[in-house]
Design a protein around this ligand. Structure first.
Ligand code: TRP
Length: 447
């Protein structure tokens, strides 16, 4: 099927919009806080550079050369065993699974946008109570916002790559960059900034244990949207003669830049107002609103802008999470876009409600298995298991299965002198690192 392609800048914005998400502004600061700062940030940056960069180029290559949905691309590009390799493309379902918990969290950000227009919590205790009530008791509010997210995301993807996804990113990405940039400039003027800087960039190696290491590597994947066919699917709609290397570099620079800016800004605010950086997942929903309260009138404006930025970041990532499966349904089964969008949307909508119930006081027990709620299981299985496995499949596919000449003719010129280095990395460094992460995860290997 002929699909409308991205414009050059549209692709960059959409890929960056996918990468920059809740992962950057919500998750990165709190896992940095939990894992002791500097040393963790260092490992994350090294992983982004060594593994993320290599793999992003590989994933773009599969999409760009295949020009179709992920299953068809693996099938097309495998010189032999096409029937086996097409299963490589099934990672496109992972995005929908991520949406099961990602959509409810975007819903929380919607709630906080409205909250910042009325009353902010006047202390960390009140903020904590508010957030915990929302998450564990207020099912109606959560489902209400979850429904808004479902309607919004589904409407956008129904309009396609160009008319929906590209347009959305053209509007929301500038909102995000300007807001976060503005808040960062303000943070620069506060005395807490130097403490935040020190926390993020002065490594204390004693704090780096194996769990922190695996978290850093896992996060590098998650934040770059790698391993789940998002980048692959977007790249199938790249204009001809695109420079994959340059695009990867820009996307990675934007993603990393925004994560670091968000981290520095948040920690500055927290230090300035006497809160601690190790607050966990509640960091932006508990500590931050209380800090905004302390800032007075300016705090309301900041709170509103911040949660709008966070919601924007979430939404541009959300569309990228559902698009791979939609393209799969359209290309392989001849679904209309509308039908594909609606069925994918309903899938994450309904399971999303179960995820919401699974963390509630009232119904939690029915939807928890072992030590984890359904919500946490989905997070764990997708972000910690499927992502590294997806990355491993792609690195093996590009490193060992695809025809060498085909890869070289595409990338040799673009990568120039570092081409051999990239090829070495995709064949050895990336797969070995991923195998170590996976083995560590399933407990076979303890680092
Ligand atoms: N990168 C996004 C974030 O940081 C989330 C995301 C979007 C994602 N698409 C993805 C993660 C594909 C893994 C795979 O929030």
């Amino acid at each position: 099927m002929k699909i409308a392609r991205f414009s050059r800048i549209g692709f960059i914005l959409a890929a960056a919009g996918s990468a920059v998400g809740l992962g950057n502004i919500w998750k990165f600061p709190y896992i940095t806080g939990e894992n002791g700062g500097g040393a963790f940030v260092f490992v994350y940056l090294i992983t982004v550079l060594m593994i993320g960069f290599t793999l992003m180029i590989a994933e773009m290559l599969i999409g760009y050369l295949g020009r179709s949905d992920s299953v068809s691309n693996f099938e097309k590009l495998a010189p032999r065993n096409k029937n086996l390799w097409k299963y490589g493309g099934f990672m496109s379902v992972a995005g929908l699974l991520i949406m099961i918990f990602y959509a409810p969290v975007i819903g929380w950000t919607f709630h906080f946008v409205f909250l910042s227009l009325s009353t902010l919590p006047s202390s960390v205790e009140i903020a904590s109570e508010h957030f915990n009530t929302l998450v564990s008791m207020d099912i109606t509010t959560q489902i209400f916002y979850h429904t808004l997210v479902f309607v919004f995301v589904t409407t956008v993807v129904t309009k396609g790559i160009k008319g929906g996804i590209e347009k959305l990113n053209f509007v929301l990405m500038p909102v995000l960059v300007v807001t976060m940039g503005g808040m960062f400039l303000y943070a620069l003027s506060l005395s807490g900034f130097s403490k935040a800087w020190e926390f993020m960039f002065y490594p204390d190696w004693d704090k780096l244990n194996s769990a922190a290491l695996v978290t850093a590597v896992g996060h590098a994947f998650f934040t770059l949207s790698l391993g789940m066919a998002t980048i692959l699917t977007y790249s199938a709609s790249l204009p001809k003669d695109s420079n994959l290397v340059r695009s990867s570099l820009i996307v990675i620079a934007l993603d990393t830049g925004i994560a670091l800016v968000a981290g520095l800004t948040l920690f500055t605010f927290l230090y300035e107002y006497g809160a601690t950086p190790s607050a966990g997942p509640g960091l932006v929903f508990i500590s931050l609103p209380a800090v905004f309260y302390d800032m007075g009138a300016l705090g309301h404006i900041f709170a509103f802008s911040f949660f709008v930025a966070l919601a924007s970041a979430g939404l541009t990532s959300a569309v990228s999470l559902v698009e791979p499966f939609i393209q799969y349904l359209v290309d392989r089964f001849g679904f209309s876009r509308l039908k594909a969008s609606l069925s994918s949307g309903l899938f994450f909508y309904l399971f999303g409600i179960i995820a919401i119930l699974s963390i509630s006081k009232e119904y939690g027990a029915y939807f928890s298995f072992g030590s984890k709620s359904f919500f946490d299981w989905i997070d764990f299985i997708t972000a910690s298991v499927m992502l590294p496995v997806g990355g491993l499949v792609m690195s093996i596919f590009v490193g060992y299965v695809m025809e060498k000449e085909r890869i070289a003719s595409q990338l040799q010129r673009q990568l120039g002198r570092i081409y051999p280095l990239w090829y070495f990395s995709i064949r050895y460094i990336v797969p070995i690192a991923l195998v170590v992460v996976i083995l560590n995860l399933i407990g076979v290997l303890t680092l």
